[in-house]
Design a protein. Sequence first.
Length: 361
Amino acid sequence: MLIFRQLFDTTSSTYTYLLGSSASREALLIDPVFEQARRDAALIDELGLDLRWTLETHVHADHITGAWLLKQRFGSCIALSEASGASGADRLLHHGDRVTFGRRFLEVRSTPGHTNGCVTYVLDGESMAFTGDCLLIRGSGRTDFQQGNSGMLYRSVHARIFSLPETCLLYPAHDYRGLTATSVAEEKKLNPRLGGEADEGDYVGCMRALDLPHPKKLAEAVPANLRCGQPGNGAAAPVDPCWAPLRFTTYGVWEVEPRWLEENLTEVQVVDVREPAEFIGPYGHIRGATLLPLGQLAQCANELVRTKPIVAVCRSGGRSAHATTILQKAGITDVASLPGGMLRWRAEGRCVEGGEHSQNR
């Protein structure tokens, strides 16, 4: 069975696609975003996948790829078209190549026109294809910079994408209206630029008439992506918080394990975000914890001591996860949630104050 997730970066409106084999657990990512590398890594870990590849549909102009960061984290290989002109990749792709993950594979189809190195990745069985910026939902990538060629893009779409089965689902690299997928049949019929009776001349004229500003990150993104996302000037990857052995979740929260917390209570500030009745209720509370209910946290965050990292605690871990985002917005960076909350803490027999059958020690 195919494991498939469609992820989104709100800043650049970029889709990242995770595909994995349920049998082998091998996986690949298409078009990862630098700022979302932690999120992607967390999802891969949570699903128990082995990231083998990061693939680029082209050299992006609106965001920096997360390929290099993910390679540092997982040892995954980077692949993109040889026509991209990029350096630092582990594999340069050509039309007709296959990238495998377990028993599954993606076929590489060269679809230049937006850039010289644009490719479309077609899943085995031709049920899905990932079109990058070549074909968008009811639109197409622009052709007014970075080797753009309107005639070439038109021919790429008709020869390499519209030739797929009409039921094939198409997933673009971007969408700016909240649409997530389309199909070959839909685009052949409904795409106002490339579908219906539009011929190459119509498309070229349409694209020539567009008057769009260049992407804001163009000058920064293209050089970085030509290095596959590796920072320039020998810069290192962003450093994760190191005050505890933390785990980052797909929800966007750092978590710390109960065992570590119990052994290091004097090194942190525990903030219990339950209600007062819960704090003194049957589950008790962690020794030395400060009670600050979630509803009051934003207003009272400045009262917390900032010389020690903060661990937020609640009954089951849901409110404490939300508390970390509130505290981060208040400017507190060293903060984590206790997964499982007091339910897990008590179940593991850890030290509590108050509560039923208190386990003080």
